[in-house]
Design a protein around this ligand. Structure first.
Ligand code: ATP
Ligand code: MG
Length: 139
């Protein structure tokens, strides 16, 4: 996968609230092309592996429980400078600190339930995309 791609999830809170369409609209209006997408639900094992980097953090249990409580929408997005530009589009982890117009400012409710995931590096974008998609599902 080339470095002009990133991986995202619309998290269970945003799916529950019916924000899938509005979030995808903002993403594509911001110049990202969807090159893979699916609705799926992570198992406890999936979420523990996906967020393994946080396993020593006090919020790990809460994070895994939140991310597995309902379906998510996983997608791979393409744009020049995708990882950094998508992190800018989603805004700060804590929506209270997120800039106006960002996805977390618009759709998130708390630092835990923050609506959207975005990869933090090209390397993690690749790992996370392969975690959720087979090669033939990425276009
Ligand atoms: P993401 O990886 O989901 O895009 P992020 O990179 O902005 O978010 P991370 O530091 O990677 O933030 O944390 C991963 C996720 O763990 C956060 O998005 C949030 O759902 C949860 N989280 C982070 N910090 C806290 C906290 N202090 N309390 C509860 N949940 C938290
Ligand atoms: Mg992160």
């Amino acid at each position: 996968m080339s470095t002009n791609r990133t991986f995202t999830m619309i998290k269970p809170d945003a799916v529950e609230k019916g924000h899938i369409g509005a979030i995808l609209d903002k993403i594509t209006a911001s110049g990202f092309k969807i090159v893979a997408m699916k609705m799926t639900q992570m198992s406890l094992r999936d979420a523990s592996e996906f967020y393994a980097v946080h396993k020593e953090r006090p919020f790990f249990g809460e994070l895994v429980s939140f991310m597995t409580r309902g379906p998510i929408v996983a997608a791979v997005l393409e744009k020049e400078n995708a990882v950094e530009d998508f992190r800018t589009l989603i805004g700060s982890t804590n929506p209270a600190q997120a800039a106006e117009g960002t996805l977390r400012k618009l759709f998130a409710t708390s630092v835990g339930e923050n609506a959207v995931h975005g990869s933090d590096s090209d390397e993690n974008a690749e790992i996370e995309s392969q975690f959720h998609f087979a090669g033939r599902e990425i276009f």
